[in-house]
Ligand binder design. Structure first.
Ligand code: B3K
Ligand code: ZN
Length: 884
């Protein structure tokens, strides 16, 4: 397989001004006719004239039926064809290529290019799927105006959609009809989309800031038409927010979303015609949890925001992917923060980043936010490019300030509208708008790995001087043994003994500032001295998680408890609780490993009691504070992760908390359940908060195994009006020792929701994630369930993905059966759907985290996959890099 390098980038020899496509959809094949109006790239054409370079079009799995150059049909000798290209020789600077190919969407299980999901046709072209539709220059820096005609049988496919505006429709003889769409904006092929199906739509409209009316349509299969309102509301809120916060107005007269059941990821931002995984659109109280509602809101916003950050201004090449993805993730997280609780959103994002992105950054697939090379671009739609990329843009905002940041985004959009650009262009716009030099900062784009920031303090009481010394380092990652210092923005405050923020004055400054301030750490070691401090303060460091680093400061447990109660920064209150929990859990893990009786430091329960008894606190925050660090996070921060000790320590702590805090938990539970009983479901922040606390309380309470709690759980399961309460009650039962009740609840639930694919996904996940013994056998049995199929990515994620990523004790069974099972599924999926197969590899790539026996077993399975036959480039790249 070929390695592609950023340093080899070359501008395209030819451009495509216009693309005219005609699709003839049939049940056993599809014909695609493409007319490409082309010319030599003026930036490259040599004035001397001379020979024109050959035209090399990308194409895969296409059956070429005919090709013509300027109306002259070409014969076999006039062009070269290989598995990936069609090469021919233009005779003039301007020319037109006509080609017709036959393709087979009806047997396309990779879900890339044109494929069938159930009864409908749809497309997924990013990154390199368009080459499976027709011969083309399938690269993002070739932008073209598209006109698309779709023809299909009318009764099977009454709805025919593509990008842009509908300009003509008609019907043919023999029950077929057609529609032509024209997209006035130039775009790269990866933003092309086509849909044909029997779909219903919900229609609405939006008036833009310049009073233009935009028609909004969300298309779904008829049975789902009652689950669209939440996505529509989210879309309108996103459109308004992008106008208000980023000054971005929508540009076409119509914006469409289509929900499809078989989709490799969440959704896709095709111009004017977003295609969504149904799990990222459909939501109503009875079938979707609060988390699902929030996910729909966030993904609708994310794809909508791409209209500017991605479509109007796109990427020059795929190494620049974070240019659109990191920035757009930041934008959607700011939107979600504004719609819900900003602190809770930040906590969720940071917990996710630290658990999963930090693990990626410490593993064999570690890469910089702008990678230097890849074999298969699909493997680089990663937590690093998305989530760390968002953190990098967020740090720019912190360093230049909110106002300059907005000036920078305005300048970026204005300067590069209609262009395909690079991360450097984005950073340059930020520098030009703010006057801040970001040269050193750009190392965040080129150096992989999670920096460590060690902080120590010194206090001179007589002089009233308090110093903080920062030492940064970054571990080696594949291909990068040495790292240069990063620019690390550290937002901090100093707390006095009453818990209030002290005024901050650095040595040499005239005036003190109040509250939080940002220090930019730029050296490997750097000291900052604050003056006018008669008593030693307590530092609150990295407020709001101002940089994606691992911070060490030697806090005592009492100091952490003090920060938990007093820090003015909500994020850092939670963070103090997490650090206290980590310390307490590490004690327990050590005791377990030494074979001692487990005895927990009760300061943790004291701190949690104070929170639970304070009715004035945001309930969502209380729920977050009650959540112990996950097993996956405890694994990430271990040198060598002891899966069983981690699980047992955490379970011990949960039981100790449940026992010590039974009364306040029970009281909170009952109060909140009572309100839930009286209040119809609303998908809004304060209701999410109430249910979050209610549900975490229930999961603790059930550990008591008291009958009153069991009855309460069953009551909630049977009588609630929404999936949040029902699924939580089910999960709690599934993880409990009440076997009869568990079995019955699972049966009732499946019977009731058997025709609802997205709910059955939840049913699979809850069981796949249960740490009770026998997990692997349960998963194998569930794979035989009629609702399961390896052909649907949501099902694979819900069952196999949940097992391997969330059920750590069962997946990491000492005999290696969990690893073997995963390898078997990956080998099967490699042939069906390479992207999904490759994603499932992640848990095996983490083998360095485990003891030597498990390491050997995990590597053995990776080797077995490597030897299993013909591997897709997706699977080959991850397996070979993991074994390197
Ligand atoms: N841009 C798409 C991701 C496409 C992934 C292709 N393998 C969704 C998104 O990030 O918005
Ligand atoms: Zn995106």
């Amino acid at each position: 397989p070929k390695v592609i390098h950023l340093k080899d980038y070359q501008a395209p020899d030819y451009l495509i001004d216009e693309t005219h496509l005609t699709f003839e959809l049939h049940e056993d094949h599809t014909l695609v006719h493409a007319q490409l109006v082309m010319r030599r790239n003026p930036d490259l054409s040599s004035s001397a004239g001379g020979n024109l370079p050959p035209l090399v079009l990308d194409g895969q799995q296409l059956e070429l039926l005919s090709v013509a150059l300027d109306d002259t049909a070409l014969q076999a000798g006039d062009y070269q064809l290989d598995a990936d290209h069609l090469t021919l020789q233009p005779k003039a600077e301007r020319f037109v290529i006509d080609s017709t190919v036959r393709i087979h969407p009806e047997t396309n299980t990779a879900l890339e290019g044109l494929y069938k999901s159930g009864k409908m046709f749809c497309t997924q072209c990013e990154a390199e799927g368009f080459r499976k539709i027709t011969y083309y220059l399938d690269r993002p820096d070739v932008m073209s105006k598209f006109t698309t005609t779709v023809s299909a049988e009318q009764h099977r496919y009454p709805v025919l959609l593509s990008n842009g505006n509908p300009i003509a429709t008609g019907s043919d003889e023999e029950g077929r009809h057609w529609a032509t769409w024209e997209d006035p904006f130039k775009k790269p092929a990866y933003l092309f989309a086509l849909v044909a199906g029997d779909l219903w739509c919900v229609e609405d409209s939006f008036t833009t800031m310049t009073e233009r009316e935009v028609a909004l349509r969300i298309y779904v299969e008829p049975e789902n038409i009652d689950q669209v309102q939440h996505a529509m509301d989210s879309l309108k809120r996103s459109m308004r927010w992008d106008e208000e916060v980023y000054g971005r107005e929508y540009d076409l007269d119509i914006f469409m979303i289509v929900a499809v059941n078989d989709f490799n990821m969440g959704a896709m931002e095709n111009k004017g015609l977003n295609i969504f995984n149904s799990s990222a659109v459909l939501a109503k109280a009875e079938t979707a949890t609060d988390a699902a509602h929030q996910r729909v809101e966030a993904i609708v916003a994310h794809e909508y925001f791409h209209n500017w950050s991605g479509n109007r201004v796109t990427c020059r090449d795929w190494f620049q992917l974070s240019l659109k993805e990191g920035f757009t993730v930041l934008r959607d997280s700011q939107f979600s923060a504004d719609m819900n609780s900003p602190t809770v959103k930040r906590i969720e994002d940071v917990a996710y980043l630290r658990t999963h992105q930090f693990a990626e950054d410490a593993g064999p697939m570690a890469h910089s936010v702008r990678p230097e090379s890849f074999i298969e671009i699909s493997n680089f739609y990663t937590l690093t490019v998305y989530e760390k990329g968002a953190e990098v843009v967020r740090m720019i905002q912190t360093l230049v300030g909110a106002e300059n940041f907005r000036k920078g985004t305005d300048l970026y959009f204005e300067r590069h509208d209609g262009q395909a650009v690079t991360v450097d262009d984005f950073v340059k716009a930020m520098e030009d708008a703010s006057g801040v030099d970001l040269t050193q900062f750009k190392r965040w784009y080129s150096q992989a790995g999670t920096p460590r920031l060690q902080v120590s303090e010194a206090f001179d009481e007589a002089a009233g001087r308090y110093s903080l010394t920062f030492r940064q380092s970054c571990p080696p990652t594949p291909g990068q043994s040495e790292k240069l210092p990063f620019v690390i923005p550290v937002a901090l405050g100093l707390l006095g003994s009453d818990g209030a923020d002290l005024p901050l004055r650095l040595e040499g400054e005239d005036q003190a500032t109040a509250g939080t301030r940002v220090l930019a750490i730029t050296e490997a070691e750097q000291t900052f001295t604050f003056v006018d401090l008669p008593k030693k303060p307590l530092p609150s460091l990295l407020r709001g998680f101002s940089a994606p680093v691992k911070l060490d400061f030697p806090y005592s447990r009492d100091q952490l408890m003090f920060l938990m109660q007093n820090d003015t920064d909500g994020f850092n209150r939670w963070e103090a609780g997490q650090q206290l929990s980590v310390q307490v859990l590490r004690d327990l893990i050590g005791q377990r490993q030494r074979g001692e009786t487990l005895a927990m430091d009760d300061r943790l329960t004291h701190a949690l009691r104070t929170l639970l008894e304070d009715d004035s606190l945001d309930q969502a925050m209380v729920a977050e504070m009650l959540s112990l660090p996950s097993e996956a996070y405890l694994t990430e921060i271990s040198e060598v992760a002891d899966v069983d000790a981690i699980h047992q320590a955490r379970e011990h702590a949960r039981r100790a908390i449940a026992q010590a805090l039974f009364e306040p938990l029970w009281q909170r539970y009952q109060t909140n359940r009572e309100i839930s009983r009286r209040t119809p479901y609303v998908a809004q922040a304060e209701h999410f908060a109430r249910r979050a606390l209610q549900n975490i309380a229930l999961s603790y309470l059930m550990l008591s195994e008291r009958d009153a709690v069991l009855q309460a759980c069953l009551e909630q399961f049977e009588h609630c009006d929404n999936m949040t309460e029902r699924l939580n009650a089910l999960a709690v039962l599934v993880n409990s020792s009440f076997e009869a009740e568990r079995t019955k609840a699972l049966e009732t639930f499946a019977e009731h929701f058997k025709d609802h694919a997205l709910v059955m996904d939840q049913w699979f996940s809850v069981q796949a994630g249960s740490p009770l013994p026998g997990g692997l056998e349960r998963v194998r049995t569930l794979m035989e369930h009629p609702a399961f199929t390896l052909k649907n990515p949501n099902k694979v994620r819900a069952l196999i993905g949940a097992f391997a990523n969330q059920n750590l004790v069962n997946f990491h069974r000492a005999d290696g059966a969990g690893y073997r099972f995963l390898a078997e599924q990956i080998i099967t999926l490699n042939a069906l759907n390479p992207q999904i197969a490759s994603r499932l590899l992640a848990p095996l790539t983490r083998w360095r985290k485990y003891d030597s026996a498990r390491q050997a077993l995990m590597k053995g399975e990776l080797e077995r996959i490597l030897a299993s036959g013909e591997l897709s480039s997706d699977v080959y790249e991850v397996v070979s890099k993991s074994l390197a």
